[in-house]
Design a protein around this ligand. Structure first.
Ligand SMILES: Cc1ncc(COP(=O)(O)O)c(C=O)c1O
Length: 369
């Protein structure tokens, strides 16, 4: 966020900035979503909905899960949330007791640990490795037993690395959690944005997994603040009471937009094709430009570059890159407080022309450094 505000400040002052720090699509919500909202604005009341969300949307999400993964979940297990961010708050509050911890693979999305901390819970960091494609192992799950951690949070595709738990890994992790009596929270917010193999849902391997998802990324609707949870039935009532008290209901206008978004899949697939082109371009250009150590990420719209041959202070490096060539990227310390000093996250959700230009600027900059 600091890099983003500095990048925006420089842009307002007239500098030509390329934004590779932002974790959001450059595209608006799909046309079908915006049309649905326009229709609703013309005459609907748009008052509070049920705190679990519009029944029609909960049904539509359950149908999407069935169609996408072949897994049947009843709409009573689907909870519409104010972005997946609210979903994490609800899930943690529903399953944890004061002082409990939760297993978080590192590097990972920083808000998990900040939300846990703010709620009086503890982040139990699990170091993953590039060789293991930044994914936890069943042994990591076993190692949580006897610790303060009540479960594992898995994000696949992961932010910042874009890597996934592919093949048998997801099944093994889900089974290990069940065997050990641990919760599994599966952050599936980047599902839909996979480029190598299709992402599977944790629901395929666990009846007790809590799935967190959102309209922010694949559906290109970050600002609408709408997401969803799929929870075991036993948690629905608790979460209903929590959401009712915390924020009454997710924004109605955004839920209406979300309903429309399901009719915009062709448009979203087109956007995904342009991410795929950006990904291929960067995986080709960046190694030659001077970032040779990048895992070919499986999904999302991020690459996580190992820059230890260039710096052990990724924040200073990101600042210099922004100041000297106008390319904004996120220092790895946001995602991994220690090892992140030698990593940089680059988002390729921007326009292809800009991504190409960024690769050229980085190459020329590293040559003269
Ligand atoms: C891995 C991951 N999970 C969750 C979120 C939160 O997204 P939202 O609250 O917009 O659904 C983000 C946002 O960048 C993310 O990267």
């Amino acid at each position: 966020m600091d890099v983003m505000s500095e990048a925006n400040r420089r842009e307002s002052a007239g500098e030509d900035i390329i934004h590779m720090e932002v974790g959001q699509p450059a595209t608006p919500a799909p046309r079908a979503a915006r049309e649905r909202v326009a229709q609703a604005m013309a005459g609907e009341n748009l008052g509070y909905t049920m705190s679990l969300g519009l029944p029609e949307l909960r049904e539509r999400i359950a149908a999407y899960v069935k169609q996408r993964y072949g897994v049947g979940v009843g709409p009573d297990r689907v909870i519409v949330t104010a972005g997946s961010s609210a979903g994490f708050v609800l899930a943690f509050l529903a399953i944890l007791d004061h002082g409990d911890g939760f297993g978080l693979p590192s590097p990972g999305y920083p808000c998990y640990r900040q939300i846990l901390k703010a709620l009086g819970f503890r982040a139990h960091l699990i170091e993953t490795t590039a060789e293991g494609r930044w994914m936890p192992t069943p042994a990591d799950v076993d190692a949580l037993v006897g610790s303060d951690a009540a479960g594992l949070l898995l994000a696949s595709p992961n932010n910042p690395t874009g890597t996934m738990a592919t093949g048998a890994r997801l099944k093994e992790l889900a089974e290990a959690c069940t065997r050990q009596g641990l919760w599994l929270i599966s952050d599936e917010i980047y599902h839909g944005l996979e480029y190598v193999v299709a992402a599977e849902t944790a629901l395929a391997y666990s009846d007790t997994a809590i799935v967190v998802n959102s309209f922010s990324k694949y559906f290109s609707m970050t600002g609408w603040r709408v997401g969803w949870l799929i929870v075991p039935e036993v948690l629905t009532r608790t979460i209903e009471r929590l959401s009712q008290n915390l924020y009454i209901a997710p924004p109605t206008v955004s839920q209406v937009a979300a309903l429309g978004a399901f009719d915009g899949i062709d448009e979203l697939e087109e956007i995904k094709r342009f991410y795929a082109r950006n990904r291929a371009l960067l995986l080709n250009e960046l190694p030659q430009a001077g970032f040779p150590n990048i895992l070919p990420a499986d999904g999302a719209f991020y690459l996580y570059a190992d820059i230890r041959h260039l710096t052990d202070d990724s924040a200073a490096f990101a600042q210099a890159m922004l100041r000297e060539i106008g390319v904004a990227a996120t220092p790895g310390i946001d995602f991994d407080p220690e090892r992140g000093r030698s990593y940089l996250r680059l988002s390729y959700a921007g326009a292809e022309r800009e991504i190409r230009e960024a690769a050229m600027r980085i190459a020329a900059w590293l040559k003269r450094r």
